[in-house]
Design a protein around this ligand. Sequence first.
Ligand code: CA
Length: 233
Amino acid sequence: MNSPVILVIEDDAPIRNLMVTTLKTHEYKYLTANNGSEAIMMTSSHNPDVLFLDLGLPDMDGIDVIRQVRTWSNVPIIVISARSDDSDKIEALDAGADDYLTKPFSVEELLARLRVTLRRLTLMTGDAGSDRSVYTNGKLTIDYPAGVAYLDGTELKLTSMEYKLLCLLAKNTGKVLTHTYITQNIWGRSWDNDIASLRVFMTTLRKKIEPDAGSAKYIQTHVGIGYRMLKVD
Ligand code: CA
């Protein structure tokens, strides 16, 4: 992707300037919006590649910006907010945000999240034309038509639940999936005991795809929130 365009949605001028300066220094293109309605308008008229979104905006809640944008666009949204409760993160992710960064944030962290999101975007755009039926990520391979997953060429003995879970994470590589999102996708509901079961299935799945438990690299845990499949080189 050549020089992606980031739309920075932030009403606090010093923070907005920090983000803009960071983007400029790293040769990203950017646009800015100071409120939610401007952000929605610019997303539809300028078609940015990624949104940086503050939740506390003067005219509307950032969560509503996510909900409105999601009615027509899959543009990646990275929430950057002072709200640090898990419930706020979960609400934003369930509304359709891709990632969440809590203020105060480090510039390095912001750039790292942006790179992850852009890698995922390249992955998705690359897949769009070719209806890819085999997923590869590092040593992990999933042959969707055959319903089989391999690690380093060896077939993984997965239960059907572990396989479903792996496919859901793989299809959303790079994106944080909340417990609610995962359980609703897999069980069609999200009760407390489903979330407890999810932890158990995730532990057994991990043992199979991450033989070296000390260095988890495929599945990242977001404590109290959910899980993310990372893109491994
Ligand atoms: Ca604000």
